[in-house]
Design a protein. Structure first.
Length: 347
């Protein structure tokens, strides 16, 4: 005995075939021909349904009948929607023909790069001239690449649910909170020497006039056999002066990061007042740009580099912050409002 699902399947398969043929009909004449084959009281679908009901065992007739109704309806719907679509297309063609060719043309609106893109590209160029390669990586990261390999222990406040977007409760996956995981990936992929910058979007759970939950960073890494803190400072000074002007001064303040030792907070002289003190720098004359330091030997151990042989430095800045300083934009939210008048100023 043939199970009822087989009868239903045959009917459904025929309806599927009919619906596809209807949807593919190139014009109304062809459409009506196809419909005559499958649809209506004399069509093949109706015949198949009657036959299936006749052959199915008594207790299954009801189910087969229901499937049959669905199949018939399927054909009707496919016919009606294709008919409507062909009519729409015909109307659109008519409208096209009635275009007034004497009307003056309208110039297309030219797009502009976003100031963050401008800033990122310029930053990339400055570092390219210093021999830095560009490295990118995924924005969805593992706990290992974003934290563990960077010697950020499980109980570190940066891992708090308050700061990090996890993909799910208890998940090992998260939105990267910095671009340093790209540095880990690069080191795991091959031996030193390394000289890279990693620009890209990062995510943290804060949102106020000076912070956005998504922002952009550029973080750099150099690993060689003899790299010093002086190399770090020289690189940063060169970069800041190239990006913000030759009068820019640099200040490194002792700080702490789990992945660098020693670590420093990087300040630059205020671009607005030149260091005499104003509203932007809150009178201090300095603006905080990011962090930097010498790579902690623990990080090298995590990526199987010999900490006795190699050393290196790393740094990280906010691209958004740098764009705001360079282009004198005073509210970070301006950068994300999508107001085209902003980008238009950077054509
Ligand atoms: N990763 C740090 C941050 O997100 C910045 C940093 C990078 C600090 C490299 C030191 C070295 O703020």
């Amino acid at each position: 005995m043939v199970p009822d699902s087989s009868w239903s399947q045959q009917v459904a398969a025929l309806a599927e075939e009919g619906a596809c043929a209807l949807a593919a009909a190139p014009n109304e004449i062809a459409l009506r021909e196809v419909y005559a084959r499958y649809g209506g009281q004399k069509g093949s679908v109706k015949r198949a349904v009657s036959e299936a009901i006749a052959r199915a065992p008594k207790e299954e007739k009801r189910t087969v009948g229901q499937t049959g109704n669905g199949a018939l309806e399927r054909i009707e719907t496919a016919f009606a929607s294709r008919l409507a679509a062909l009519a729409d297309a015909a109307r659109a063609r008519d409208l096209e023909r009635s275009v007034d060719v004497t009307l003056p043309g309208r110039a297309p609106r030219i797009g502009h790069l976003h100031p963050i893109t401008h800033a990122r590209r310029e930053i990339e160029q400055i570092f390219a001239r210093l021999g830095f390669a560009l490295a990118t990586g995924p924005e969805v990261e593992t706990d290992f690449h974003n934290f563990e390999a960077l010697a950020i222990p499980k109980d570190h406040p940066a891992r708090d649910m308050q700061d990090t977007f996890y993909l799910a409760q208890g998940s090992d996956l998260l939105l990267r909170t910095h671009t340093l995981p790209v540095q880990i990936r690069t080191m795991l992929a091959g031996p030193p020497p390394i000289r890279i910058i990693c620009p890209g979007a990062v995510y943290r759970r804060d949102d106020d006039p000076t912070h956005s939950p998504m922002f952009h960073q550029v973080e750099g890494l150099v690993v060689e056999e003899r790299v010093t803190f002086a190399d770090l400072k020289g690189t940063l000074l060169h970069f800041c002066q190239a990006f913000l002007g030759p009068a820019t001064r640099l200040r490194l303040r002792p700080s702490f990061f789990p992945f660098t030792e020693p670590s420093a907070e990087v300040d630059i002289s205020c671009v607005f007042c030149g260091g005499t003190g104003c509203r932007t720098c809150k009178g201090g004359g300095w603006i905080e740009l990011g962090g930097a330091g010498m790579v902690d030997p623990e990080v090298f151990r995590q990526v199987a580099y010999d900490p006795e042989k190699y050393n290196g430095f790393a740094f990280g800045f906010g691209i958004d912050r740098m764009a705001m300083l360079k282009y004198r934009i005073n509210d970070i939210r301006r950068l994300y409002e999508g107001d085209q008048r902003l980008s238009e100023q950077f054509g």
